[in-house]
Design a protein around this ligand. Structure first.
Ligand code: SF4
Ligand code: SF4
Length: 176
């Protein structure tokens, strides 16, 4: 397997840099539609993984997180990284618009009275894989078999995402 350079790091405070990267990525997807067919197919598989995972999130995490006194959803966690942007486009989604004026340690701009206002697949990946130990322990305690299934499905999502990003990086770095 060939090693490729890292994707650019998106700096949350640098709105212009973020917007430039979005424009460049969107253009890349438009100009390489044929070569990106496999990436889109993997994007569709990712959407299916999210659909499989949603009931687990709904039943075991959102109810606990809803009552959390100190939610981990601070603003900087709601921002995507470069890989997230690639995933959004691979899944056929537009790139989200963000308010860059919210302080990164303040409450996330997407956290409302009923929890996160973004659909699962429009959130940064860390919003899908990160849960505090309390949530995970509670989940495992209530239904360990179902927790195991959740863990397996989350692992499948993660592996599919890695394959997608690896294939994408082959095309991206050859063209840059
Ligand atoms: S994952 Fe844990 S810390 Fe984060 S909102 Fe849920 S209960 Fe709170
Ligand atoms: S889950 Fe939603 S509210 Fe929480 S950090 Fe992510 S985007 Fe923000």
């Amino acid at each position: 397997m060939k090693d490729y350079p890292d994707f650019p790091e998106l700096v949350i405070e640098d709105e212009q840099f973020y917007r430039d990267e979005c424009v460049e990525l969107s253009r890349f997807f438009t100009q390489h539609q044929k070569e990106l067919a496999e990436i889109h197919a993997l994007g569709r598989r990712i959407i299916k993984f999210y659909q499989v995972l949603e009931p687990f999130f709904h039943d075991f995490t959102e109810s606990v997180c809803h009552c959390c006194a100190v939610p981990c959803c601070v603003n900087r966690h709601g921002f995507p990284d470069f890989e997230d942007l690639v995933l959004f486009l691979a899944m056929g989604q537009g790139l989200p618009d963000y308010n860059f004026n919210v302080i990164d340690t303040d409450k996330c701009q997407f956290l409302g009275p009923n929890g996160c206002s973004l659909p699962r697949q429009a959130r940064s990946y860390r919003c899908t894989w990160y849960f505090c130990d309390h949530v995970l322990d509670e989940f495992e305690h209530i239904n360990s078999k179902r927790f195991h299934r959740f863990d397996v499905e989350l692992g499948r999502l993660g592996r599919c995402r890695s394959v997608l990003l690896e294939r994408f990086s082959e095309l991206w770095f050859i063209s840059h």
